[in-house]
Design a protein around this ligand. Structure first.
Ligand SMILES: Nc1ncnc2c1ncn2[C@@H]1O[C@H](COP(=O)(O)OP(=O)(O)O)[C@@H](O)[C@H]1O
Ligand SMILES: [Mg+2]
Length: 227
């Protein structure tokens, strides 16, 4: 089953000095359980493409389907519902809320989705256990290591059991050993059934994916399959 599909999608940013074509006529399908890595030099359009796949941004031309729905035909509420319940996002800089504990950060999307408190608490504990951080539930982000912060961010992204997890350079701020642990955790997330699209500059990380797409100047210049 298709989770997300881009058909001839472009994203042009109008700028005073002239339009910037960040993504140019990209077609890409991500099926349930897929693991896709996006690589390529800085500025080639990886983050822009990830935002399109995540329904955070809309294409200037072409069509984006999320679970068979043309995203352009959906209303704001349906689109934010998809972002909240069907898609998880992980960023290079974690983006945890500094005043909240690890557990409270993880529980945020559950609260937003209207999950009742007892169920929310149970799910939060389960998620912290899944990422190996049960002992850090009450720590604020400033009381966590970089790798721990990224684990909390991954737990938060998984809170509502998304079909698709998007990660933009999730190991970019971490040392190599910690980065490998995060790559391993994301591999487990995929093995447990969530489709994954990751952006990475690390070839060892990219090799874990079933498909490696290399972007250049907004297009997919090469595709490599590993399984
Ligand atoms: N919001 C924006 N407004 C204008 N230009 C942008 C915007 N976002 C990205 N770009 C431009 O689009 C191109 C692709 O950016 P990006 O997708 O962030 O690349 P990558 O993630 O591969 O480094 C770059 O040239 C960048 O300057
Ligand atoms: Mg980027």
């Amino acid at each position: 089953m298709t989770v997300v599909e881009a058909r001839g999608v472009s994203r042009v940013f109008p700028m005073p000095a002239g339009p910037v074509v960040a993504v140019r006529d990209v077609s890409l399908r991500v099926d349930a359980g897929d693991y896709v890595a996006l690589c390529g030099p800085s500025g080639c359009g990886k983050s822009t493409l990830l935002h399109l796949l995540g329904c955070v941004d809309g294409p200037t031309s072409g069509t984006l389907f999320f679970e068979e729905h043309d995203v352009a035909t959906l209303g704001d509420r349906e689109r934010s519902g998809i972002r909240l319940r069907r898609i998880g996002f992980v960023f290079q800089r974690f983006f945890l809320l500094p005043m909240l504990s690890a557990a409270e950060n993880v529980a945020l999307p559950l609260a937003e989705a209207g999950v009742p408190k007892p169920e929310r608490d149970a799910r939060t504990s389960e998620l912290l256990r899944y990422v190996g951080l049960s002992a850090r539930a009450d720590h604020r982000p400033s009381q966590l290591s970089g790798g721990e912060m990224q684990r909390v961010a991954i737990a938060r992204a998984l809170a509502n059991r998304p079909r698709l997890l998007l990660a933009d350079e999730p190991t970019g701020e971490l040392d190599q050993a910690t980065g490998e642990q995060i790559a391993e955790l994301l591999g487990r997330v995929n093995a447990d059934g969530t489709a994954l699209v990751i952006v990475t500059h690390d070839p060892a990380f990219a090799r874990r994916a079933g498909r490696v797409l290399t972007m250049r100047d907004g297009t997919i210049a090469a595709e490599e399959r590993h399984r």
